[in-house]
Design a protein around this ligand. Structure first.
Ligand SMILES: *Cc1c(COP(=O)(O)O)cnc(C)c1O
Length: 462
């Protein structure tokens, strides 16, 4: 199994190389050169197996022999051992034919744990074998940083540095980053905004001397291994409601398009998915693009579902690649137009996208109303992101086809918004109840490249 770039101009890589590289050298994103198929019998055989076993069967064909079967089974076991629910991704029923896939039982209470925990173990296995060390550096507005720290804490071959904007993440998010006590974890509280943190990370990747000296690596949402980990729960949940003997639809609260793109891969592998519904908050560039064909960013408006506050949805490039008939040059051209302001999707490509995807948006008021209505009507307390999904799912639910909405975070991660909407302040789950008592360890640093690089060099002995 080889991996190719969406822009068609980068070296072809193995699974392991694509995972360690992240972004392709032509600026594109890596995709498998062909998509492995699961037959109806293969899918039916997933019924009743553990999440870990299903994960092995779904992901194995993509690895191209990067690990032995036993190694990969061990990686999966370790990745999901820290989840608080035996089913890992349990399904609850919200209404007639409408189900909620709870993806928030991982250690940091958001679906990003499914991918980060796996990638942590994949990196560790790969680096232990090669004898290399890497230094993971990332910027976060909250969820990604805590998931990365939780995934890499205590691993031998990795140091992890996370830059977050001082005073601008929630207390739960900050404590998740500052309370791990392992020496390889470094939380840096940077004077400034999220954009400043992200800009300094970019600067570090462009400082080649520094980059090579410390062995810089990234694990942002365009990493193929992260997308692959998310394909699994589309299979397990669809089988729970009757696939492959009936079709299923999904609605996905969407920002960077990574999670819903994993659903598209599941569909191309043979899972009978009818509709994939993109749910956006008031930052609805994807909804505008899928309904009108116009992809023009116009400024982020902060919302109560902050993990979906995006202007440029990086994984959408992967969907465009298939919509344009796997034409890397066409994709490269669109991305050039995007740099100059925006692009229009061709009629043919728009039709191709609409064969799989629908879309809808949800205002702040509708988000709060959905949290209150679901809490009163079903006893399910939704986080604001999941509420966006539920509202859009209800508008797209065709009778006769089960609808599964992805619940992307635990309500306790966004206690203020949830309390305002429902009147109930969601408590932390019991395995995290002492989060407020643990001692914090954090380094304050100015928004200054040299100061940040010096800390990283010092801590990693360079
Ligand atoms: C990251 C995130 C999303 C958006 O997922 P994408 O893969 O970026 O589309 C939605 N909800 C929550 C809670 C998230 O953390």
């Amino acid at each position: 199994m080889k991996y190719i770039s969406t822009r068609g101009n980068a070296p072809v890589l193995s699974f392991e190389e694509a995972m360690l590289t992240g972004l392709a050298r032509d600026g594109g994103l890596y995709l498998p050169e062909s998509i492995p198929q699961m037959s109806k019998a293969d899918i039916a055989a997933l019924e009743g197996v553990s999440y870990e076993e299903a994960a092995f069967r779904v992901m194995w064909p993509f690895l191209g022999g990067a690990f032995t079967e036993d190694e990969f089974r061990g990686i999966i076991e370790r990745a999901y051992a820290g989840f608080a629910h035996d089913a890992r991704a349990p399904l609850v029923q919200l209404g007639s034919g409408h189900f909620l896939l709870e993806l928030f039982h991982g250690p940091t209470l958001a679906f990003k744990d499914f991918a980060m925990q796996l990638i942590g173990q994949l990196f560790e296995a790969s680096l232990t074998r090669s004898g290399n060390r890497v230094c993971i550096v990332g910027a976060t507005s909250g969820d990604t940083g805590s998931a990365a720290i939780e995934a890499f804490r205590g691993l031998e071959a990795v140091d992890v540095f996370i830059l977050f904007p001082h005073g601008r993440v929630s207390e739960v998010q900050r404590r998740q980053m500052t309370t791990p006590s392992e020496d390889n974890v470094h939380a840096l509280s940077v004077t400034g905004h999220f954009d400043d943190c992200q800009a300094r990370v970019k600067d570090m990747f462009n400082d080649f001397a520094f980059r090579d000296a410390v062995g810089l690596a990234g694990v942002n949402s365009i990493n193929w291994a992260r997308v692959l980990a998310q394909v699994v729960y589309y299979f397990t949940s669809a089988v729970s409601v009757g696939a492959p003997h009936r079709s299923v639809s999904f609605t996905v609260p969407t920002g960077n398009f990574g999670d819903i793109f994993a659903g598209y891969i599941a569909k191309r592998m043979g899972l009978p998915i009818d509709r994939l519904v993109v749910a956006t908050n008031q930052n609805d560039i994807l909804h505008r693009c899928l309904s009108q064909g116009d992809y023009t960013p116009d400024g982020v408006i902060p919302s109560i579902s902050p993990s979906m506050d995006i202007q440029v949805s990086s994984n959408f490039e992967r969907a465009l690649y298939y919509a344009y008939g796997e034409d890397g040059n066409a994709v490269g051209q669109l991305m050039d137009e995007l740099k100059a302001g925006g692009f229009k999707v061709s009629q043919g490509a728009l039709e191709a996208l609409r064969e799989s995807f629908d879309s809808g948006n949800c205002s702040e008021e509708e988000t709060r109303a959905t949290i209150a209505r679901l809490w009163n009507g079903t006893g399910e307390l939704l986080c604001p992101h999941s509420a966006v999904g539920v509202k859009v799912a209800e508008e797209h639910h065709a009778p006769g086809t089960p609808m599964i909405t992805l619940a992307t975070a635990h309500p306790a991660k966004f206690p203020d918004a949830v309390e305002e909407a429902s009147g109930l302040r969601p408590p932390l789950p019991s395995h995290m109840a002492d989060l407020y008592d643990r001692s914090e360890r954090v380094t304050r640093v100015e928004n200054d490249l040299t100061a940040i690089e010096d800390i990283i060099k010092d801590r990693t002995g360079h």
